[in-house]
Design a protein around this ligand. Sequence first.
Ligand code: NAD
Ligand code: DAU
Length: 341
Amino acid sequence: MKNIMVTGGAGFIGANFVIYMLEKYPQYQVIVYDKLTYAGNLDNLLPVSDEPRYHFVRGDICHPQTVAATIEKYNIDTIVNFAAETHVDRSIMDPDAFIQTDVYGTYVLLEAARRFRLERFHQISTDEVYGHIPAGYRSQETDNLAPRSPYAASKASADLMAHAYFVTYGLPVTITRGSNNIGPYQYPEKVVPLFATNAIDYQPLPLYGDGRQMREYQYVLDHCEAIDLVLHHGQLGEVYNVGTAEELENVAMVNILLQTLDRPGTLIKHVRDRPGHDRRYSLNIDKIKALGWQPRHTPAEAIVKTAHWYQKNEWWWRKIKDGDFKTYYQAQYGDRLQEAQ
Ligand code: NAD
Ligand code: DAU
């Protein structure tokens, strides 16, 4: 592995991964290939912008010619595919881009990886492909996929296609399925950065339904370490869950945020729930632990660290929240917050 193409590298996890890999491996070149949708942001890559081993290509994973030209130009041997539409609520409002990017775009990348005989195709997947998980059970990598939102269904489709390329063409594929990541550079539509930045401004925190849904909030750099490990030591054709094995109710997550930021509980507004809301995700992480990884942060530690980052980095999120985000926020929360008055 020498020349890694990180698709979606200008997004939240992708950018953290790029910064992490360039620092850890002085012999690697990293080529970020990103369409720069609303979620892509070159500010996320400022820490490496002067690094000669980092290159940026603006491109869509749905465009086979641009993908091929980039692979040829940079002599790419490895693709790590983070590029995706990622927000469940947006997939409910309009699934189209999710099918284009997450399903068709992944197929375009797999086909390019096959044509150029790449050393590795690594697919970044999610615990959402397993669907709602009843109390007392943790999802295993071999479980059937049961996605329930358009986003989750698009990611499950990509996993199945990646697996099919391994079985049918012998493409060296690996897959990681991560739980809810939090940390620096997460677009403030996702719950933790949305609530942290709203709380800083004494704005309401629109908690869906009873707020007792459970998520495994994990620190993004823990996830990056796990991806790195699977890239170097994972078994081809295998899937690895990456989480904390410790889920938290959303109400507990909000209370940690409010305590960290020293804001009152009265900011919480219970609003109309997300349709088809999965109540619980929970991962069995024995397989990745056996490979030599474990999370460095508990969910509570990750939430505190993330809240502090948003407190210290207003330069990063204020310009996002002052831009097009306002239109999205109004469409997503305007009626809900009014109903909750
Ligand atoms: P993000 O929304 O922050 O970033 C997505 C990036 O992909 C953006 O830079 C965007 O510009 C780019 N992109 C979108 N469509 C593209 C296209 N057609 N061509 C090229 N680039 C495109 O996402 P994230 O939260 O960093 O998630 C990254 C990956 O990790 C996704 O595949 C997501 O499904 C997966 N994942 C996310 C989480 C999480 O909690 N955020 C957890 C598990 C898995
Ligand atoms: O589990 C991994 C997934 O985590 C990733 O695959 C997705 O890309 C990522 O967006 C995330 O999905 P979630 O739907 O779990 O994340 P979100 O931040 O949107 O919501 C987390 C929880 O908080 C969920 O139970 C819904 C709730 N929520 C969310 C928002 C945006 C609220 O109560 N209010 C909100 O305003």
